[in-house]
Design a protein around this ligand. Sequence first.
Ligand code: HEC
Length: 158
Amino acid sequence: MKMLYVRIVQITACSILLSACVCQSTGLNKYVPGLGEIMGQIAMRHTKLWYAGAAQNWELAAYELKELEEGFEDAGKFHPTLKHVAQWLPVLFAGNMQKPLAHLEQAVKERNLAQFTQNYDALTKACNTCHRSTRFGFNKIKRPNFNPYSNQVFETEN
Ligand code: HEC
């Protein structure tokens, strides 16, 4: 009986050590940004996208759009669920963002400022729809009217 007890203790200690090793080697205890932090990055891309499009710097606009999409990928990957929300977050991201992002991509590809402006506003509206449906409706997004990124050039050379 005592031997069995010792054996169980040994096995338990071993599995605790093993899982600690696995965690370290797979990086499970690495820093993961919170959803609010990722959203802050998304909001920054949203601002930069506006100034790139308004300056008709389509190359930069395409870049910011891609970064925005990657932000939503990360948000869904690191935060697939939210306590008080019944739906999966990746489903909500896709449902709200896929269409406006695709329309914006098209506008950027066609270098069409009017289409860009219209679809940018549609995207912004969709950000707020999702905020309301996740009970974060007080986080209201709008078209920026001031560019805080004065150290970046948004205009094209020519
Ligand atoms: C799942 C639907 C969803 C979509 C789509 C979405 N958000 Fe959010 N957003 C959230 C949630 C949930 C939070 C609160 C996260 C938290 O604090 O845990 C949030 C928070 C924020 C915040 C507050 C962060 C802060 O630190 O002040 C900003 C800004 C934001 N979102 C911007 C955007 C923008 C811009 C878009 C669209 C381009 C967008 N969000 C699209 C769900 C969404």
